[in-house]
Design a protein around this ligand. Structure first.
Ligand code: PEP
Length: 248
C-alpha cells in the first residue's frame, strides 16, 4: 500500500508569524499514520525546519531550478533546499507552468536535478478548464507524466499530485468518478513505467480539498492523500483533512 500523504502548499503566503500554525499542527498531532509535508515560501524553510525539531512533519520547497548552481537570479537550486533542511520539493505546479512558462522538458530536468540532490518530489500534473471541457484530461495528464518521469529507479522518491487546474482555489472539484478515472490511469502508467514499484507510489488529489469534502475524496480508489493549498495555511483547517486521511 502507498503511504498516506497530506502535503500543504503555502504558495506565496506566510512569514515568521505563520510558524504559530505549525505549533498548532504539531499540538493537534493529527495522525502518525499520515506523512505530513508543508511547503512554505523559501524564506521560511530553514526557520520552519528548526521550529519543527524532531517532530515528523517534513518541509519542502515549491520549485527548484534544473541547474545545480549558476547565474539564475531569483531561482533556487535543489541543493539549496536540502541545505535549508527541506526533504521534498513540489515540481510542475500549474502556477509555475502558467506564471513562469515552465514546460514539461524543464520540469523533467528539474526532477532529475532534485533527485540527484536527494529530494523527494511531489510532481504535479493536471488539465486546464479548456482541456477538461474538450474531454482530453487523461491525454494531457498522461503526456505530462510521460515527459517528466525519469528512467531511473526512483519510484520510491516520487509522489504524483493530480491537480485539475480549474479546481485549484476555485471551490470546484471533479466528480468522484472523474477523479477515480484519472487516478486509475495514473496508476496504470506508473506500473507500466516503474513495474511493481508503481503500485507503491502515492497519488495525491489536489484542488479545493477542504475538511468538508476530504473524506469523500479519500474514499476514491487510488487516492492516497492530498496536495492542499488554501486549507493548509492554518492548522484548524488542515488538521481535519489529515484526520480524514488517517480514517480512510
Ligand atoms: C494547490 O495550489 O496545489 C491547491 C491544491 O490549492 P487549493 O487547495 O487552494 O485549491
Amino acid at each position: 500500500m502507498p503511504r498516506k500523504i497530506a502535503a500543504g502548499n503555502w504558495k506565496m503566503h506566510g512569514d515568521g508569524a505563520a510558524l504559530a500554525e505549525i505549533d498548532a499542527l504539531m499540538a493537534a498531532n493529527p495522525a502518525p499514520s499520515v506523512d505530513v509535508v508543508i511547503c512554505p515560501p523559501a524564506t521560511l524553510i530553514h526557520r520552519m525546519v528548526s521550529h519543527i525539531g524532531s517532530h515528523p512533519i517534513a518541509v519542502g520547497g515549491q520549485s527548484c531550478h534544473a541547474a545545480i548552481k549558476g547565474a539564475h537570479t531569483g531561482d533556487i537550486a535543489a541543493g539549496m533546499l536540502v541545505d535549508a533542511g527541506a526533504t521534498h520539493v513540489i515540481l510542475g505546479h500549474s502556477e509555475r507552468r502558467a506564471d513562469h512558462g515552465e514546460t514539461d522538458a524543464m520540469i523533467q530536468a528539474q526532477l532529475e536535478t532534485a533527485l540527484s540532490a536527494g529530494l523527494q518530489i511531489i510532481l504535479c500534473v493536471g488539465e486546464t478548464e479548456t482541456q477538461y471541457k474538450a474531454g482530453t484530461t487523461q491525454d494531457i495528464v498522461t503526456a505530462q507524466l510521460r515527459h517528466a518521469l525519469p528512467q531511473s529507479d526512483a519510484a520510491a522518491r516520487i509522489i504524483i499530485a493530480y491537480e485539475p487546474v480549474w479546481a485549484i482555489g476555485t471551490g470546484l472539484v471533479p466528480q468522484d468518478d472523474e477523479i477515480a478515472a484519472v487516478h486509475a490511469a495514473i496508476r496504470a502508467l506508473l506500473c507500466d513505467h516503474f513495474g511493481a514499484a508503481g503500485a507503491e507510489m502515492a497519488i495525491l488529489y489536489g484542488g479545493s480539498v477542504k475538511a468538508e469534502n476530504a473524506a469523500a475524496i479519500f474514499a476514491i480508489a487510488n487516492v492516497d492523500g492530498a496536495l492542499v493549498g488554501g486549507a493548509s495555511l492554518n492548522a484548524a483547517a488542515f488538521s481535519p483533512i489529515i484526520a480524514a486521511l488517517a480514517r480512510a
